[in-house]
Design a protein around this ligand. Structure first.
Ligand code: FES
Length: 150
């Protein structure tokens, strides 16, 4: 089955607050790899982050225009090092203990499956055991439509 090419993402015009018009790519998702105060800190007795592998595969797989990679400062859940956050079409997937180069391949294979499907998928079994929740879910029942609020 054919899928949208990995380098095909729509471009949208945006005007900044200073009046300058520009364009940005509207992407499917984003991977944040934590390299903060704890993740990857071997001097604190934690495993290294396979950082070069994250960068290498991101470029090699040709997904850059649809899926962004950011090496970040502390994402928060330090005791679970090494932590990554995958955002895909509004869904958040937090993973811990991403220590080995093989884990990087599992993550990008998972991302590629979502890119081909054009939709969020739950993580594969090899990663699901390292998933954790980080955000509260919205339990409020909507009381009214947006137009009723105005
Ligand atoms: S340093 Fe990675 S979560 Fe804090």
């Amino acid at each position: 089955m054919s899928h949208r090419p990995f380098d095909d993402s729509p471009v949208h015009p945006i005007t900044r607050a200073d009046g300058v018009s520009n364009e940005i790519r509207i992407q499917d998702g984003h991977l944040f790899v934590c390299l903060g105060c704890c993740c990857g800190r071997t001097d604190k007795g934690l495993p290294p982050v396979p950082l070069d592998e994250f960068k290498r595969q991101w470029k090699q797989r040709g997904i850059r225009r649809r899926f962004h990679l950011t090496i970040s400062g502390c994402l928060g859940p330090c005791p679970l090092a090494n932590v990554v956050l995958i955002l895909f079409r509004g869904q958040a997937v937090w993973l811990h203990s991403i220590n080995r180069p093989e884990d990087v391949g599992l993550i990008y294979d998972y991302v590629e499956r979502m890119l081909r499907q054009e939709s969020y998928l739950d993580p594969p079994p090899e990663l699901a055991g390292r998933r954790f929740e980080r955000y509260l879910e919205d339990t409020a029942t909507p009381c009214c439509t947006a137009t009723e609020l105005w």
